[in-house]
Write a protein that binds this ligand. Structure first.
Ligand SMILES: Nc1ncnc2c1ncn2[C@@H]1O[C@H](COP(=O)(O)OP(=O)(O)O)[C@@H](O)[C@H]1O
Ligand SMILES: [Mg+2]
Length: 222
């Protein structure tokens, strides 16, 4: 089977605030194959969902194990991982990581490498998340749900092959969550893959596969 992503034998420990070392992942495997569109990552708070997404995004290279993208082993260097992320990945982080003093459209354009059509692309992404007309608003004046949708717009604006989303509907009401789910479905229709950490049963049920982080590894949930 051809894989888009494969993590093999991932091990990682973290230092707890009290100074103790805790094993987070122990020989963990993860894969997303060519014929899959979406995977939900489930697990209790603190089980490592955000940490796993950071590894997938190339934001964390402090682990043991191998990361293959389209069957190529990625060199585990900051520069190779940054290139991988720029080329292939859009990420919605749990805390959004927006720049609060910039307006909405400039935040979305942070994901683009300039270009004549950047404004147009940003507007298109904002309209996809239901934020037409919000471009000139300052991020710090937005509600939590609006800020979350700006973060989603920024993640999708360059039409990434892989969208990583960390509890992307946590701040959204049910109707807005449905809109985001529809958006993920249409991104999937155009070929994007989604890995989403979520506590939402509806988001999890909408995915092709569900994986639970438990006991330092991933367990398949039927
Ligand atoms: N960079 C880091 N340094 C130290 N500890 C970390 C770091 N990242 C995560 N952790 C710890 O790893 C554990 C898992 O965190 P996280 O991945 O955020 O879990 P989840 O997203 O499932 O709630 C937590 O105990 C957290 O304190
Ligand atoms: Mg988390």
């Amino acid at each position: 089977m051809n894989h888009i992503i494969q993590l093999r034998g991932i091990s990682k420990s973290v230092k707890e605030p009290n100074g103790e070392t805790r094993i987070l992942f122990d020989d963990l495997d993860f894969s997303l194959s060519e014929n899959e569109r979406s995977i939900a990552l489930l697990g209790r708070s603190g089980s490592g969902k955000s940490s796993l997404l950071r590894i997938l995004a190339g934001l964390d290279i402090g682990y043991r194990g191998d990361y293959f993208y389209r069957d190529q082993l990625l060199p585990r260097t900051a520069s190779a991982m940054a290139k991988h992320r720029l080329d292939h990945i859009g990420i919605v982080t749990q805390r959004y990581d927006l720049i609060s003093d910039l307006n909405v459209v400039r935040n979305v354009k942070l994901a683009l490498r300039g270009g004549a059509s950047a404004d147009e692309e940003a507007e298109k992404a904002l309209s996809a998340v239901g934020l037409t007309g919000f471009g000139n608003k300052r991020v710090r004046r937005l509600s939590g749900g609006e800020a979350q949708r700006v973060a989603i717009a920024r993640a999708i604006v360059k039409a990434p092959e892989l969208l990583l989303a960390d509890e992307p509907t946590g701040a959204l009401d049910e109707d807005t969550e449905n809109e985001v789910l529809d958006l993920f479905t249409s991104l999937g229709d155009s070929g994007a893959r989604l890995v989403v950490a979520t506590h939402s049963t509806r988001v999890a049920d909408s995915c092709d596969r569900r994986l639970l982080l438990e006991g330092n590894r991933l367990v398949e949930i039927p």
